[in-house]
Design a protein around this ligand. Structure first.
Ligand SMILES: Nc1ncnc2c1ncn2[C@@H]1O[C@H](COP(=O)(O)OP(=O)(O)O)[C@@H](O)[C@H]1O
Ligand SMILES: [Mg+2]
Length: 340
């Protein structure tokens, strides 16, 4: 059956309220999407279907205290703790990094694509990953790359909602979230992990923070092999030692060197028809850009592209030129703003 045939059937069964046939067709359509390599689409559809089925099972007259009542409660509770649920199309090619970082990522990904082999030999799978380093150097991007490469759904944790002023509530929220992730077989991404794991700096309520750290340690210890946690921080030194040791893999994301800045620029220009008006000046600016993050450099370049486009003759050109004097100015401003 073609994609259009599936959609026609889905529309028909949906409008006729034929739930049984609708679900069967949706499941076939998901398989079809997988077989035609539309994996992200398939994952999203699957997640919508799972959620809807669960809600349906728990709607109507509810018996308080029944398993379905419990399920509905936990669903509602975890919804608030999740910032977003996403799939990703990013791959390793989207990330510029030194060879050591790429190696570490590749090894990590390899373990997951060979999970069955490891399992057969009773070898544990690395599933707790820490990404650390200054902001704007690709930690969040790397988490998207992992989700994209492994074709897994990723839950982005809403730390604002998890960290609660109420005593003991933060730990409970974390436990709920990990349970949910285990059910759905997906990646948990915790950004700004230091705000959970730091103890030394926490003067107000040392006891509560200790409790949170202990909860995380336990959740990590009992994390099922099919789940994965990725934590990111730009303050690794604030993390509790015991917590740091629990990660299977820890990857440092540093500011780009000249070589990496070149790669970042190539990657950014690859998606467009732009090129530099003066190559040697561009090379000089790249030297000056050292000390800035990937994010900052990419931002100045994209802004320079936009402004150059508005300049003379460029707006109609098929292969517009980047005015290097504009870019130079933007890089200087960025450095000044950040006092690099
Ligand atoms: N290593 C990198 N390779 C390619 N692009 C990057 C890299 N680091 C940052 N960027 C660009 O900057 C944006 C923000 O980076 P992000 O991953 O959010 O940084 P971090 O999480 O470390 O603060 C990315 O979406 C990407 O466009
Ligand atoms: Mg980030």
């Amino acid at each position: 059956m073609s994609q259009q045939d599936y959609i026609k059937d889905i529309a028909r069964f949906g409008l006729e309220n034929d739930r049984e046939k609708l679900l069967a067709t949706l499941n076939e359509f998901i398989d079809h999407a997988k077989s035609t390599k539309k994996i992200n689409f398939a994952l999203q559809l699957q997640s919508i279907l799972k959620d809807a089925v669960r809600k349906q099972e728990t709607s109507g007259m509810l018996k308080v205290g029944s398993p379905s009542h419990y399920q509905q409660l936990t669903d509602r509770e975890t919804d608030e703790l999740i910032l977003e649920k996403l799939t990703s199309d990013y791959s390793l090619e989207n990330l510029v990094c030194p060879p050591e970082v790429k190696d570490k990522l590749l090894n990590f990904l390899n373990e997951h694509s060979h999970a069955e082999l490891l399992n057969r030999h009773n070898l544990p799978l690395s599933n707790k990953l820490l990404l650390h380093g200054p902001s704007g150097c690709g930690k969040t991007l790397a988490s998207y790359v992992i989700a994209g490469e492994l074709k897994k759904l990723m839950i982005v944790v809403n730390l604002g909602a998890i960290v609660s002023a109420k005593l003991g509530e933060t730990s409970k929220n974390l436990a709920k979230l990990f349970r949910k992730a285990a059910q759905e077989d997906c990646i948990i991404f915790i950004d700004e992990f230091d705000s959970l794991g730091k103890v030394r700096d926490y003067s107000q309520d040392h006891g509560e923070m200790k409790r949170v750290v202990n909860t995380i340690l336990q959740l990590f210890d009992y994390l099922p092999q099919s789940s994965m946690v990725i934590a990111a921080t730009n303050q690794k030194n604030m993390l509790d030692e015991a917590l740091l040791r629990r990660f299977d893999v820890s990857i440092a994301f540093e500011l780009p060197t000249k070589e990496e800045i070149y790669q970042l620029i190539d990657l950014t220009l690859k998606q467009s028809e732009f090129s530099f008006d003066k190559k040697t000046i561009a090379n000089n600016i790249i030297k000056e850009a050292e000390g800035l993050s990937y994010y900052s450099i990419q931002k100045t370049l994209i802004n320079a592209m936009k402004r150059s486009l508005f300049g003379t003759n460029n707006s109609r050109a098929l292969k517009p030129k980047i005015d290097t004097s504009i870019w130079k100015q933007l890089v200087a401003e960025e450095k000044e703003a950040l006092t690099v």
